[in-house]
Design a protein around this ligand. Structure first.
Ligand SMILES: CC(C)(COP(=O)(O)OP(=O)(O)OC[C@H]1O[C@@H](n2cnc3c(N)ncnc32)[C@H](O)[C@@H]1OP(=O)(O)O)[C@@H](O)C(=O)NCCC(=O)NCCS
Length: 192
C-alpha cells in the first residue's frame, strides 16, 4: 500500500487523551521496531518495553489534550480506530537549555517522536500531522519550530524539506555514537 493516496477524511488528527496510555505504548513500541528506528529514535525497543505502566500513564497524561508544555498528536483511522501515526511537540522556553545543553534563545516548538505506519507513508497523512503540531506550537507563542534528524535518515529529511523546514546549520553528535551526527531543521513562523 506504500504511496497509495488516501482521502483525508479516512482519518482524523487529534491530541491524545490521558486515558489512552495503552495505545500510546503500542504505537511507540511499533515505531521502535521500524527498520530505521536506530536512526529515528534515541530510545531502544528494549528500553521502552521494560517501562512500567506508571511511566506510560505519566507520559500520556503529560502530553494529552489540555497539557500546556507538550502535546502528542495522532492520526486516527476513521473506519478501524487504529492509530496510523504520531508526533509530539514540546514547547522550549527562552532562557533555558535544551536536552543537549544548548541555550534556547527564543520560545520554540520542538517536534519529536515522529512516526507513521508504513502503509500510510506517502499518503499526505504525515503533512496533516505536522500541520496540527505546528499550528499548536504557534498557538503557544512559538517563534519557530524545530526538529532534530539523523544525517542518514534521508526519507525523513526529504519530508521535512517538503514541509518547509530547512537545516539551520546546527549539528549534534549522537551521545551513544559520537561519529554520527544529527541535524537541526527549523521552520520560521512566516514559513521561512
Ligand atoms: C519520516 C516519516 C514520518 C515521513 O513520512 P512519509 O509519509 O514517509 O513522508 P512522505 O512520503 O510524504 O515524504 C518523504 C519523501 O521522501 C521520498 N523518499 C522516500 N525514500 C527516500 C529515501 N530513501 N531518500 C530520500 N527520499 C526518499 C519520498 O518519495 C517522499 O518524497 P515525494 O513526496 O517527493 O515523493 C515516515 O517515513 C516514518 O515514519 N519513518 C520512520 C520513522 C522516522 O524516520 N521518523 C523520523 C525521525 S526524525
Amino acid at each position: 500500500m506504500n504511496n497509495a493516496v488516501f482521502p483525508a477524511d479516512d482519518y482524523a488528527i487529534r491530541s491524545i487523551r490521558a486515558d489512552e496510555w495503552r495505545a500510546v505504548k503500542e504505537l511507540r513500541l511499533t515505531a521502535l521496531r521500524d527498520p530505521v528506528a536506530h536512526l529515528a529514535f534515541l530510545e531502544t525497543y528494549e528500553q521502552a518495553a521494560g517501562r512500567s505502566d506508571d511511566f506510560w500513564q505519566e507520559r500520556t497524561a503529560g502530553a494529552a489534550e489540555g497539557a500546556s508544555g507538550k502535546q502528542q498528536f495522532i492520526a486516527e483511522v476513521a473506519r478501524t480506530g487504529e492509530w496510523a501515526g504520531t508526533l509530539t511537540v514540546l514547547v522550549e522556553e527562552a532562557g533555558t537549555s535544551d536536552w543537549a545543553g544548548f541555550p534556547v534563545e527564543r520560545r520554540q516548538g520542538h517536534v519529536v517522536g515522529v512516526y507513521v505506519r508504513p502503509e500510510w507513508r506517502g499518503s499526505g497523512l504525515t503533512k496533516a500531522l505536522f500541520d496540527a503540531g505546528v499550528e499548536w506550537a504557534w498557538g503557544r507563542g512559538a517563534e519557530r519550530v524545530r526538529l532534530i534528524v539523523h544525517e542518514a535518515n534521508e526519507r525523513a529529511q526529504a519530508f521535512y524539506r517538503k514541509a518547509g523546514f530547512v537545516p539551520s546549520g546546527l549539528t549534534v553528535p549522537l551521545a551513544q555514537r559520537p561519529d554520527e551526527v544529527e541535524l537541526e531543521f527549523v521552520l520560521g513562523r512566516d514559513g521561512s
